[in-house]
Design a protein around this ligand. Structure first.
Ligand code: ADP
Ligand code: ZN
Ligand code: ZN
Length: 656
C-alpha cells in the first residue's frame, strides 16, 4: 500500500499519514484533500512510502487535487529548512508560502493571461568603473556566493542589479529580486519591466489580489516568469531556472516577519541561494551590522560603490547644537533660515521626524491624567487632523475629550511633537509654502502613497514633513535640504539595535537630498553633537560607525557575535504567561554552550488586553542553539496550557 505523508496547516510539528487512493511517488509535491478531525483539510504530500507507523487499517484516504502541478522538490526542501530553523510546523510553513487560492486547492482563472511585460524602450547607463567591477564579480560567480553591495545612496546599486539580471536573462535564467515593503511601488515595477521589454515580470506582495498572486506563483513555477519582484513573501516563489537573487536594502526590518512564521526573508534567501548554487547580492547604503560583519570577516564578498553615479558630491551633513538656543516650535534658527533659503530658490526641503500623529500624549496639568490606552501599556496618541486619540499599538481610538475625564479641567494639553504638529507649525510659519505630510496616516494605502510620491516629483510641494517612510529609495531631484528633528531619544533607547536603526534612517533620509544636479545639505538638530553616531554621519563614515558598534556588541556578547531566540508567552494575566515560561524552563535541556535567561515581562507588557512575558536563550554557536531549540520544542509541544495562553518562539529576533 502507498502511504502519503502529508503536511497539514495545524499547529503540530508533525506530518500525517494517509492512504493514497491513486498514484505513487509522483504524488510528492501534490496538494491533497484529506479527512481531518470532523471535516476535511488540504495539505501537501511531502513523501510517499510503503509503510506507516500508524496501524494501517486506521488510516483514512487522501484525494489528490487535479490540475495543479506538483510543487518542486527544492521548494519542499526550502519549507523544510524554514520549519527546522524557525521551529515552525511544516504544514504551517507551507500554508504560508503558498498563495491563499492555491492553499485552498483552487486555480486562478485566465491562467495563461499575460503576466505583465513592459512596453517602453529599455534605458540603460554605461556602467561606471565601480559598477563594472561589481557587475563582473556577480556575473562571474561560480555557483553560490554572497555579495554585499555596499553603495552610498544614489551610487547606482539598482543599475548594478539590473545589469546583473540582464546577464541572467540572456543565459536563460530567472531572477528573484526582493525589496522592502514600502519600496515596491508601481514606479519600481515599471522601471524593471521597462528595462526588460521582452521579459515576463511578475510582482508579489501582500497587496496583490488573490487571483493575481496565484497566477504569479504558477508563472514562476512553470518558468514563464523571468523576473520575480516582490516583498519578503516572494522568497517562497518556486523558480526552476533560478540564477540570481537580489535583496535590495537588505538591512530593512520589513524583511523579518513579526508574526506566524517569524522568518527573515534575507536569511532564507541566502539559504535558498546556497541550496540552488546561485549568487545572491545583498545591497544597502547602510548594511545590517550582521551582514557587514560577515563581509569584513570574509564570509560574504564585499563590493563597494563609494561614489554617487550622478551628483558630484555627497550632501553636507551638519549638526545644530540645540542646547545653545531656544527652539521655535521645535525648530532651530539655522533650520528655519535654511528652509527659507530653499523656498526662495524654489527647492524642496524635508523635515524628518519619526513620530506620526500630532502629539504622543494628551495630559491634564491639573490632576496628572494622561491618555493611557485601556488595552495596552502605552499612551494614546493625539491625532488632531481628525480629532481622535489613537493607540499605535492596538488601533483603539476615541474622540479627543473636551475636558479631563478625571477632574473636568477644560485645559488639557497635547505634549510632545509628532508630524502633524510639526506640519501645523510650518503652515503658520511659512504660509506661502506648499507643505506635504508623508506618514502612515497620510499614505495609508499604496494608492495614496503613490499619489504623494507623484506630487513630490511634480514639484507640487515645497516642504515635506515625514517619517521613515520617506527614507526609502526614492529620488527627489528638487530636494536640497533635509532637517532632522527629535532623533536624540533613539541614542539612549533600551534596545541595543536602536543606534543601528537610527544611523541607517538618517543616512537614508539624508541621501534623499541633492541627488541630481543640486548639492544637498542635512541639518541634524541635537543636544549631543559630539555623539559618535552623529560624528560618523557628518563624516559619511558608515565603516567607522559599524566598527564602533560591532566592538560594543562583541564586548556585550550581542548579535552578530551570539545567536538568540526568544520564547514569548501571552495571556490575560501576566502571572499565567510567566508561569508558562517557568514551566518551559523546567523542561529545557541543559547545554553547556547555551545560556538561558530568566523569564521577564516584556517592555510593552500589555498589548490588546493581553499581558506578555519572554525568555531569552543565547549561544555563540548556531548549531548548538538549533539543537537546543529542537529538543526543547518537542517538550513544549506536549505541555498542556491554559485556554487563554498563546506562546511562540522567535529565532533571530529583531524586537525585544
Ligand atoms: P541606488 O540604488 O544606489 O540608490 P540608483 O541605481 O537608483 O542608485 O541610481 C541613482 C541615479 O543614478 C539614478 O537616477 C540612475 O538612473 C543613475 N545612474 C545609475 N548608474 C548610472 C551610470 N552608470 N551612469 C549614469 N547614471 C547612472
Ligand atoms: Zn484632570
Ligand atoms: Zn492599545
Amino acid at each position: 500500500m502507498q502511504i502519503a505523508r502529508i503536511a497539514l496547516d495545524v499547529p503540530l510539528p508533525r506530518l500525517f499519514d494517509y492512504r493514497l487512493a491513486d498514484g505513487g511517488v509522483e504524488a510528492v509535491g501534490r496538494l491533497a484533500t484529506v479527512p481531518f478531525s470532523k471535516g476535511t483539510k488540504i495539505g501537501v504530500v511531502v513523501a510517499v512510502q510503503d509503510h506507516s507507523d500508524q496501524p494501517e487499517d486506521k488510516l483514512k484516504t487522501a484525494e489528490l487535487i487535479d490540475g495543479l502541478a506538483a510543487l518542486p522538490a527544492d521548494w519542499i526542501a526550502l519549507c523544510e529548512f524554514c520549519a527546522r530553523y524557525y521551529q515552525h510546523p511544516l504544514g504551517q510553513v507551507m500554508a504560508f508560502a503558498l498563495p491563499p487560492l492555491l492553499r485552498k486547492g483552487k486555480q486562478p482563472r485566465n491562467l495563461k493571461q499575460k503576466v505583465g511585460a513592459g512596453e517602453t524602450a529599455p534605458t540603460s547607463h554605461a556602467a561606471t568603473p565601480d559598477q563594472q567591477m561589481a557587475i563582473a564579480a556577480i556575473t562571474n560567480a561560480q555557483g553560490f556566493q554572497t555579495f554585499l553591495l555596499h553603495g552610498v545612496t544614489g551610487s547606482g546599486k539598482t543599475e548594478v542589479y539590473l545589469q546583473a539580471i540582464d546577464a541572467v536573462l540572456a543565459a536563460g535564467g530567472q531572477a528573484l529580486m526582493l525589496v522592502p515593503e514600502i519600496a515596491l511601488t508601481p514606479q519600481l515595477e515599471s522601471r524593471v519591466s521597462a528595462r526588460f521589454p521582452g521579459a515576463q515580470v511578475v510582482s508579489a506582495h501582500s497587496g496583490v489580489a488573490d487571483a493575481a498572486r496565484a497566477r504569479a506563483f504558477l508563472a514562476a513555477q512553470d518558468g514563464r516568469a523571468d523576473i520575480v519582484l516582490g516583498t519578503r513573501l516572494s522568497v517562497f516563489m518556486p523558480l526552476p531556472r533560478l540564477k540570481l537573487i537580489v535583496v535590495d536594502e537588505e538591512h530593512d526590518a520589513s524583511f523579518k516577519q513579526q508574526e506566524g512564521l517569524r522568518y527573515s526573508a534575507r536569511d532564507v534567501a541566502i539559504f535558498r541561494a546556497k541550496q540552488r548554487g546561485v549568487p545572491i547580492v545583498l545591497g544597502s547604503a547602510t548594511p545590517s551590522l550582521e551582514t557587514f560583519h560577515h563581509a569584513t570577516s570574509g564570509r560574504h564578498t564585499k563590493l563597494d560603490l563609494p561614489l554617487r553615479a550622478v551628483a558630484t558630491s555627497m550632501p553636507t551633513v551638519l549638526t545644530v547644537d540645540t542646547r545653545k538656543q531656544k527652539l521655535q516650535d521645535g525648530l532651530s534658527q539655522e533650520l528655519i533660515d535654511a528652509i527659507s533659503e530653499r523656498l526662495r530658490r524654489g527647492e524642496q526641503s524635508l523635515l524628518f521626524l519619526n513620530r506620526r500623529g500630532y502629539a504622543p500624549v494628551l495630559a491634564c496639568p491639573a490632576c496628572g491624567w494622561i491618555s493611557h490606552c485601556r488595552r495596552c501599556a502605552a499612551n494614546m496618541v493625539v491625532h488632531l487632523a481628525d480629532r481622535r486619540l489613537r493607540c499605535h499599538h492596538c488601533g483603539l481610538e476615541n474622540a479627543i475629550p473636551n475636558a479631563c475625564p478625571d477632574c473636568g479641567n477644560l485645559d488639557i494639553q497635547p505634549f510632545g511633537r509628532g508630524t502633524q504638529r510639526l506640519e501645523a507649525k510650518l503652515v503658520e510659519r511659512f504660509p506661502e509654502a506648499r507643505i506635504l505630510r508623508i506618514d502612515r496616516d497620510s499614505a495609508d494605502s499604496p494608492k495614496k502613497w503613490q499619489a504623494l510620491l507623484d506630487a513630490i516629483h511634480a514639484g507640487a510641494a515645497d516642504i515635506l514633513v515625514g517619517t521613515q517612510m520617506l527614507a526609502k529609495g526614492h529620488d527627489f531631484p528638487m530636494l536640497t535640504l533635509v532637517g532632522v528633528v527629535g532623533a536624540d531619544a533613539a541614542l539612549f533607547a533600551a534596545d541595543f539595535r536602536a543606534p543601528e536603526r537610527l544611523f541607517s534612517q538618517l543616512m537614508q533620509v539624508g541621501g534623499r537630498s541633492g541627488r541630481a544636479a543640486l548639492p544637498g545639505e542635512v541639518l541634524i538638530q541635537t543636544e549631543y553633537p559630539d555623539h559618535p553616531l552623529y560624528q560618523a554621519l557628518v563624516a559619511h563614515d558608515y565603516d567607522a560607525f559599524a566598527r564602533e558598534q560591532l566592538a560594543e556588541r562583541e564586548a556585550a556578547g550581542f548579535p552578530p557575535f551570539t545567536f538568540q531566540a526568544l520564547l514569548r508567552a501571552e495571556s490575560e494575566a501576566l502571572s499565567r504567561a510567566l508561569e508558562f515560561l517557568h514551566e518551559a524552563v523546567s523542561r529545557a535541556p541543559t547545554f553547556q554552550e547555551v545560556l538561558r535567561y530568566d523569564p521577564v515581562p516584556m517592555r510593552l507588557v500589555r498589548l490588546k488586553n493581553r499581558e506578555r512575558a519572554q525568555l531569552l536563550v543565547e549561544s555563540r554557536s548556531r548549531p548548538a542553539l538549533q539543537a537546543y531549540l529542537t529538543e526543547w520544542m518537542t517538550q513544549l509541544h506536549t505541555l498542556k496550557t491554559p485556554r487563554d495562553l498563546r506562546w511562540h518562539l522567535d529565532v533571530d529576533p529583531l524586537e525585544y
